[in-house]
Design a protein around this ligand. Structure first.
Ligand code: 4AD
Ligand code: MG
Length: 455
């Protein structure tokens, strides 16, 4: 059985007047004792199909009548253009074969009512209701969620294209690690096999590919990955997952500014690719295409952390110099941004040990976060690395972290260290922001959060 005809192509008018065989799932069904209208969907779209008692005969017509939502079928018939039919085309059914039925005692549980879920402010919660999360495996095939999966695929493709186009080499790091990258508070410990020589050594799921990428930096010079990262993240926001997809890059002979060029480059390339590949999908979920085009076409300004703190204080937000910006503060700051902005030069005390101290003012580190507009907030974190052996030892000791798990990291500096840097981009966050999703949970097939690890 090979499928040759796709509903998306039928709706483009490629089969007008022709007999076709359509394989798909029943999305809707209604009609009278002589005439039934069904909507058939496949991965590329949906189409109205008309079943007439005269044409089908009683047996087939009765099968069609009251057919359950999500039954899989093969329909044959002739395609015609029709102004009344959604999408502009219609199939006159000449025969129907049921492939996979639906248990009438357990009809498809997702309907208009279950989709009409709102939060405490009355905003839609497509990605968030417990019912929809419990039925995530079925929800994936409902229009809006399928669209999100397509946008996601477009973003993954764009990231690979961007980095490969810039001569970066794809490189993989282990997911079981012995040390933190982003601080101990969000580490997931795993019950690994005990090391008899070192029984106290703990093993964790990785928070970032970065430290292992730095080890390969002298070998490959420009490298990238897209891989899962893990954070024991309690925050129940619409931006946080415990398992998320992380696009990271590392580059030798580069400073903070050189790294930001690629952060801007890859985000603009994702926006452009989504517009090129998924205009129809974005329109179908009411996303403003002009906004996405603006993010693709314009440069991203840079602002120092100190300036951001002043803006926030001017808006009456309580923030002390030295605090990292949490999501609520980023949200206030980025409400008025028209494009993403880089925030640079955070206070040293707000950032992990690997960030390079600014030689011009030791209170700061040479780092950046890229904050997305519309109140979205951080989508990239990166910067220049502490690259001499002396400085990395100072920074590790200063943080009070044991040196042992980081010996491999220190060694990178002991043998011909060079200035280098990189960043990490939260792919789910970027997709969620560009798609205008109501929650990050909408754009990842099976979201993992502090309270959710099924289905
Ligand atoms: O800012 P973060 O913690 O930076 C790092 O992990 C660096 N080691 C990356 C590097 O330089 N190679 O994380 C990077 C990005 C964030 O900006 C955010 O987009 C995403 O990863 N992210 C999350 N996305 C979803 N859920 C979470 N809990 C996330 N935590 C971080
Ligand atoms: Mg960060």
């Amino acid at each position: 059985m090979v499928k040759t005809t796709w509903i998306g192509d039928v709706q483009k008018g490629q089969y007008n007047g022709k007999e076709v065989e359509l394989m798909g799932w029943i999305k809707r069904e209604r009609g009278s004792n002589k005439l039934r209208f069904i909507v058939l969907r496949d991965s590329t779209g949906s189409i109205q199909c008309v079943g007439k008692l005269d044409a089908l005969g009683e047996k087939s017509f009765n099968l069609l009548k009251g057919i359950l939502i999500e039954t899989s079928v093969i329909l044959k018939g002739v395609v015609s253009a029709s102004e009344k039919a959604p999408g502009g085309h219609e199939l006159q059914i000449s025969s129907m074969e049921i492939v996979g039925g639906v248990n009438s005692e357990r009809p498809f549980p997702i309907n208009e009512d279950s989709l009409r879920v709102v939060d405490e402010n009355g905003s839609p919660l497509y990605g968030g209701s417990e019912f929809l999360l419990n039925h995530r495996h079925l929800y994936l095939r409902v229009g809006r969620q399928t669209t999100m999966l397509k946008l996601r695929s477009s973003a993954f493709g764009a990231i690979h294209n961007y980095f490969r186009g810039q001569e970066f080499i794809e490189y993989q790091a282990p997911n079981f690690v012995a040390g933190a990258v982003e601080g101990g508070s969000t580490l997931f410990e795993v019950p690994y096999f005990q090391d008899e020589d070192n029984p106290d050594q703990k093993v964790y799921l990785t928070q970032s590919w970065q430290l292992y990428a730095e080890a390969a930096m002298p070998a490959l010079e420009r490298l990238y990955t897209i891989a899962p990262s893990f954070r024991a993240e309690q925050s129940r926001t619409r931006r946080h997952l415990t398992e998320f997809w992380h696009a990271e890059m590392e580059m030798a002979w580069a400073n903070n500014n050189d790294i930001m060029v690629h952060g801007e480059g890859v985000v603009r390339h994702i926006a452009k690719t989504m517009l090129d590949e998924c205009e129809q999908e974005l329109t179908s979920i009411d996303r403003d295409l002009d906004l996405v085009a603006r993010y693709a076409d314009n440069p991203y300004p840079r602002m120092r952390y100190d300036e951001a703190v002043e803006i926030l204080q001017g808006k009456g937000v309580k923030i002390e110099w030295g605090e990292d910006l949490d999501h609520s503060k980023e949200s206030v700051l980025t409400k008025d941004f028209d494009v993403p902005h880089f925030l640079t030069h955070y206070p040293k005390i707000a950032k992990p040990f690997y960030h390079r101290v600014d030689p011009d003012d030791e209170k700061y580190v040479l780092c950046h976060d890229l904050l997305a507009p519309e109140g979205y907030g951080e989508i990239i974190g990166g910067g220049e690395r502490t690259w001499t052996e002396k400085e990395i030892l100072e920074r590790i000791d200063e943080e009070g972290t044991p040196r042992d798990p980081y010996q491999f990291y220190i060694d990178v500096r002991s043998y011909g260290g060079v200035p280098h840097g990189g960043f990490g981009l939260g792919v789910d966050r970027v997709v969620s922001w560009l798609a205008g999703a109501t929650s990050i949970r909408e754009v990842i097939p099976f979201p993992r959060t502090s309270r959710r690890f099924t289905p």
